[in-house]
Design a protein around this ligand. Structure first.
Ligand SMILES: NC(=O)CC[C@H](N)C(=O)O
Length: 385
């Protein structure tokens, strides 16, 4: 149900996606009723919709899932990457509202409704994805009304009024309000998440919107993790006398977030600390080293992205979620490009020559996704040893 502006609501439609250019897409609503605005992206992962919806890096975005069966395994308390969903809404093909389709413990629709997030199902997500590729992550308003009453002109106007993610610092909205310690390790099958005892390395993790599984990977690799808010200064980080500093993933434009992150990162590098960054942390490390970042057309969001490690020639299948990228041509002498995307050649990793400072654009904690890149946590620990 993809139509032009002014088209009346088709019978049975209880949800509408209005693009800023006037394109309308109708479907069946689930989750919360109401309207949400944001940047519409697509994610190609076949599993992990709950982890994706609760990844703080999706703040300001609405996620279209290209995999057709989303919602069929319900939700559970173990898979949240943060307390609340952070993506503003979700779009899926499978009709989540059909009760005969659902047998899971906690219905995705109720889970989403409890958290005030809007869902649109029954959409031709293949066609919508092509549209996102053509238009480059459009600004949209999505609406869910069980009576199917939509003021489509107002929805298009709301999409147009969305300020966009370019130039916006969103990390400040999702970072932790207070420092806290993290000592829970990775999932052990049948035993859940366990406390890790006897950690050997003191790590400060700066939280720009960290996923819980990243902190679990650090703890499981032997790190005693102190999580600090995004605006922590170098002085504040160094006051914890860490063996290493971790820069987390997070939402928004790295250039806008760099205003406070860059001086902190420069300070800890100057102090000789090992530094490891993931995704937004990677982008901000590149900025701190004198590089530039740029907005991508439709970004990389999925769990099937091949990345080449240029120094070993090995290919890793990675989990990704980013709409900005480091411009490799902008990297100064002494900063080496270590990884590239085999989809489009974009930069996926850097390191500083002669220093234990490195970062990757993708998500080695793989939540969801393949675990090919877990070695990066071990590399960080080795750098601190
Ligand atoms: N996953 C992330 O950390 C995303 C980084 C950044 N917000 C981007 O979209 O590129």
């Amino acid at each position: 149900m993809i139509a032009d502006a002014g088209t009346s609501t088709p019978p049975g439609a209880t949800a509408c996606i209005a693009l800023a250019d006037g394109t309308l897409v109708f479907g069946r609503g689930f989750g919360a009723e109401g309207v949400a605005v944001g940047e519409l992206c697509f994610n190609t992962a076949m599993t992990g919709y709950q982890e994706i919806m609760t990844d703080p890096s999706y703040a300001g975005q609405i996620v279209t899932f290209t995999f057709p069966h989303v919602g069929n395994v319900g939700t559970n308390p173990e898979d949240d990457e943060t307390t609340d969903p952070v993506a503003r809404g979700m779009v899926v093909k499978w009709d989540v509202t059909d009760p005969s389709n659902w047998r899971a413990a906690d219905h995705l629709s109720e889970w989403l409704a409890r958290r005030g997030r809007v869902g649109v199902s029954g959409v031709d997500t293949r066609r919508l994805t092509r549209l996102i590729r053509d238009k480059g992550m459009p600004h949209v308003a999505i609406a869910h009304d069980p009576q199917g009453r939509f003021d489509t002109d107002a929805l298009v106007a709301a999409a147009r009024a969305f300020p966009g993610i370019d130039g916006t610092d969103l990390a400040i909205e999702v970072t932790c309000p207070q420092p806290y310690r993290w000592d829970e390790g990775r999932w052990a099958w049948g035993e859940g998440h366990q406390r890790v005892e006897g950690a050997r390395h003191k790590v400060v993790a700066v939280d720009y919107g960290a996923k819980r599984n990243i902190l679990r990977c650090l703890a499981s690799a032997g790190c005693d993790v102190m999580v600090l808010p995004a605006t922590a200064t170098a002085e504040c980080v160094l006051a914890h006398d860490p063996d290493g500093v971790f820069l987390s993933n997070g939402p928004g434009d790295p250039a806008a977030t760099g205003t406070y992150a860059v001086p902190m990162i420069q300070g800890v590098i100057e102090a000789g600390k090992p530094v490891f960054g993931i995704c937004l942390g990677h982008q901000m490390l590149a900025l701190a080293l004198g590089g530039r970042t740029m907005k991508m057309n439709h970004g990389h969001h999925g769990a099937n992205h091949p990345v080449k490690h240029l120094e070993t020639g090995k290919v890793e299948i990675t989990s990704m979620n980013h709409g900005f990228a480091v411009d490799a041509a902008s990297l100064p002498a002494g900063v080496v490009e270590t990884h590239v995307s085999l989809f489009d050649g974009s930069n996926c990793g850097i390191r500083v020559e002669g220093r234990p400072v490195f970062s990757v654009q993708y998500h080695p904690e793989a939540s969801p996704g393949p675990q090919d890149s877990y070695y990066l946590f071990e590399r960080f620990v080795a750098a601190m040893a």
